[in-house]
Design a protein around this ligand. Structure first.
Ligand code: FES
Length: 118
């Protein structure tokens, strides 16, 4: 099983192929996903130190392009676990002041993934 390191929190064994946002949320629970995992809000953003995927969903790439954030962070709702990863969660629920983290994202990537490799 791939190993997910959440910086400042710990290491977890996670299922291959699951959405990163769910792997973080189910093991740490301290992440926001205000748009429900649809690449619209950026509250699920993470910074990779290990294992950053080469490919983006079209929705993620468009959102990061709009905010001039390519190379700065990734949207964990648009990334799938495909090996060992280490990430820093950039918008933690516990310090965000939000009343809830958002609606739990679907098990599958939404909107339907169209993959791009910049
Ligand atoms: S962009 Fe909103 S949850 Fe990922």
């Amino acid at each position: 099983m791939p190993k997910l390191t959440i910086e400042g929190v710990g290491e977890f064994e996670v299922d291959n192929g699951i959405r990163l946002v769910l792997a973080i949320g189910d093991n740490d629970g301290d992440i926001n996903y205000a748009c429900g995992g649809n690449a619209r809000c950026t509250t699920c953003r993470v910074k990779f130190s290990v294992g950053e995927p080469d490919k983006y969903t079209k929705a993620e790439y468009e959102k990061l392009s709009q905010t001039n954030s390519i190379g700065e962070y990734r949207l964990s709702c648009q990334c799938l676990i495909d090996g060992d990863m280490s990430v820093a969660v950039l918008d933690r629920f516990s310090i965000s002041g939000r009343p809830d983290p958002g609606s739990r994202p679907d098990d599958n990537i939404t909107p339907n993934a169209e993959w791009v490799v910049p």
